[in-house]
Design a binder for this molecule. Sequence first.
Ligand SMILES: [Zn+2]
Length: 266
Amino acid sequence: MEELLARKLIVEIGKLLYERSYVVSSDGNVSIRLDENRVLATPTMTSKGRMTEDGLAITDMDGKALNDKKASSELAMHLLIYKMRPDIKAVCHAHPPHGTAFAVAGLAIDQPILSEVILTLGCVPLTDYGTPSTNELTESMKPFVEHHNALLMANHGAVAYGEDLWQAFDRLETLEHTAKIAILSRALGGANDLPKDAIEKLINIREKAGYLTESARCQSCGYLHESNIICELDEKSANKPNSNGAKVSFTREELIDLLSQVTNSR
Ligand SMILES: [Zn+2]
């Protein structure tokens, strides 16, 4: 994306995040992937409501500074997402109160209660707690980045990402709005789930309309596993976490052995 436009957009989205109380103080961070090797990111220790276009940091894909501004300490989270998802060009991390309440209570946003959410976002998993700005945090996100477009991080907050910054922000907003409705409906006695066949219809519609790709069928949390929808990418993808989202690790030798078994069995 063109750099001047990207700078304007990050300042604009930062104001929205602050005005909508998705962040306070210097919380949260936003970035745009400018090209293959450069990321434009919000600076450290700065309110997202008071940023200036010339105050933003630029780094390479390893987080190395390419200008004289220091990027947010949580940039590693963004870089992980860009590396795992070449389709993603913008990331928005914040602590929106209702979504974060789910994360603090140890809950994913995975009840099939709103048709629009199934159409545009799918379920939002909860990743294990990891200390911010360390690789504990990025390690706990890894199993979920591929098939989801928004994540909750335990005792921390939320991150959403998209093909551009508006899509990333919209996904964060949908996450927060869904969490708010879920909390309110629980206060009124509980939410009614959509029936299985309605979920399946919505999934078919969202794929035909191009809201989400088939990858979203492989989401590791909640209601997709209760429907008859099958994740066909499961068999094709070696990186896919199992349905519990557990991490699996191999030595180099084990991986080569496994891959040669797969090749031989074809
Ligand atoms: Zn944070």
